[in-house]
Design a protein around this ligand. Structure first.
Ligand SMILES: Cc1ncc(COP(=O)(O)O)c(C=O)c1O
Length: 402
């Protein structure tokens, strides 16, 4: 379908809707589910969706249903979120970011004592006593995973290329923490997470910083070997110490064609690719379809080639830069003004010659990050073909804010 025909379709579909609104196109969403699951299925691995990149229980359910055995559990971002998802009927969760709050530890203890499996990520022995205290109080063992740093650290660690998360940079440090956990009466060693952010999260072909694309591709390819070697040594080390490792998680949307092939991993994660926010346009070999967008109305015409939309904002987190702004998507060829960008209540866009936008028409934008779109709306309109077939509440629409 051409961009013009697609815009015409969405304009008809949204004609009676109040704007701004956010839309998930189910045909594109399902195609992305199939694309992301295929490498995991071929490698006989399971895929654990990252909830932070969706924040909408109905979309998580649809992924699990279509996943048909390949999708297993959820990777959550907060303990309160995991507790709420258990109430919604989900199980086999892990929270992939540490928490040191006693209230979170008590929540985890209660969830696991109640029969759910909800593990917490740790990477430091200092995080453990709080969990052990809460587990002792209810007489259970809290499952924990350890996160091992998968950054590329050449020159004996003098250089650090990757994210700043876990202090566990090598096998010895990771195994020492695993042994400490395995030896605790109130903790249960659930496994390892080794997220290769410098491979899965770094674009190959970012038009906003073209000079960096070559160096980024080089460092991605240089870091693949060390990532694989470190994971392999960890799996081997745990085996030699007789510590079972039921979960070994890695990967993300940007590495979905590579990570499932790593033998050490039992599962991979993906999230953003299901909705395909625009930062994932700049990965080579990850062919996804835009499945989520938001629509604002054109309300004024300050110049013959500019329309100004009501609303906007919705800038993504991370290192500040033009790539974190939403991208005008349809009609094709619209451009933001450098001096105004995405305004919060008003957003002007330059309209290319030959394109006509009537006042009142929707202008469609794609968010840079998939999950953050859900923080701005209470529901997603679910569209299939020319029809709105449902409304899926986001976390916000359910009255939740994690
Ligand atoms: C621990 C972890 N795993 C996997 C991912 C990949 O998620 P996505 O597919 O949304 O990029 C992320 C994203 O930040 C993450 O933090």
């Amino acid at each position: 379908m051409t961009a013009a025909a697609l815009y015409d379709r969405y304009r008809r579909v949204l004609a009676q809707e109040h704007l701004p609104c956010a839309v998930v196109d189910l045909d594109a969403f399902e195609s992305n589910i199939d694309t992301l699951l295929a490498p995991a299925r071929a490698a006989h691995k399971t895929l654990r969706p990252a909830t932070k990149s969706l924040r909408c229980p109905e979309l998580l359910r649809r992924i699990a249903e279509r996943g048909d055995g390949v999708v297993r559990g959820l990777m959550c971002y907060a303990v309160a979120e995991a507790a709420w998802l258990v109430e919604q009927g989900f199980d086999d969760l892990f929270v992939a970011y540490p928490s040191c709050q006693p209230s979170d530890a008590r929540t985890l203890a209660a969830l696991n004592a109640g029969g759910a499996t909800v593990a917490l990520m740790v990477d430091d022995a200092e995080q453990l006593p709080c969990l052990e205290t809460a587990a002792r109080e209810v007489g259970c063992a809290i499952p924990v995973l350890i996160e091992v740093d998968m950054s590329w650290r050449p020159l004996g660690g003098a250089l650090h290329v990757g994210v700043r998360r876990s202090p566990l940079h090598d096998v010895d440090a990771a195994l020492a923490l695993a042994e400490r956990i395995a030896g605790s009466e109130h903790l249960r060693f659930r496994g390892v997470m080794g997220y290769e952010a410098q491979i899965a999260g770094l674009q190959d072909d970012n038009p906003f910083a073209p000079l960096m694309n070559g160096p980024k591709r080089l460092l991605k390819s240089l870091s693949r070997g060390p990532v694989r070697a470190l994971r392999q040594s960890l799996a081997q080390g745990l085996k030699e110490r007789g510590i079972p490792c039921p979960v070994f998680n890695g990967g993300g949307t940007g590495s979905i064609h590579w990570s499932p092939g790593d033998e050490a991993l039992t599962e991979v994660t993906a999230g953003s690719g299901f909705l395909d926010s625009h930062l994932f346009d700049y990965f080579v070999g990850v062919e996804l379809q835009p499945a989520a967008f938001f629509a604002v109305q054109a309300v004024r015409r300050p110049a013959s080639n500019i329309v100004t939309c009501h609303g906007g904002g919705w800038v993504a987190s991370g290192e500040a830069g033009a790539d974190k702004l939403p991208r005008p998507w349809l009609p094709e060829g619209l451009k933001l003004l450098d001096l105004e960008g995405m305004g919060e209540v008003q957003t002007p866009v330059v309209v290319p010659a030959g394109t006509r936008i009537a006042l009142g028409d929707p202008v469609l934008f794609r968010h840079a990050k998939a999950g953050e779109l859900a923080e701005h709306v209470t529901s997603y309109l679910l569209v299939r073909g020319d029809e709105i077939v449902g409304r899926a509440p986001t976390y916000r629409g359910e009255g939740e804010c994690f």
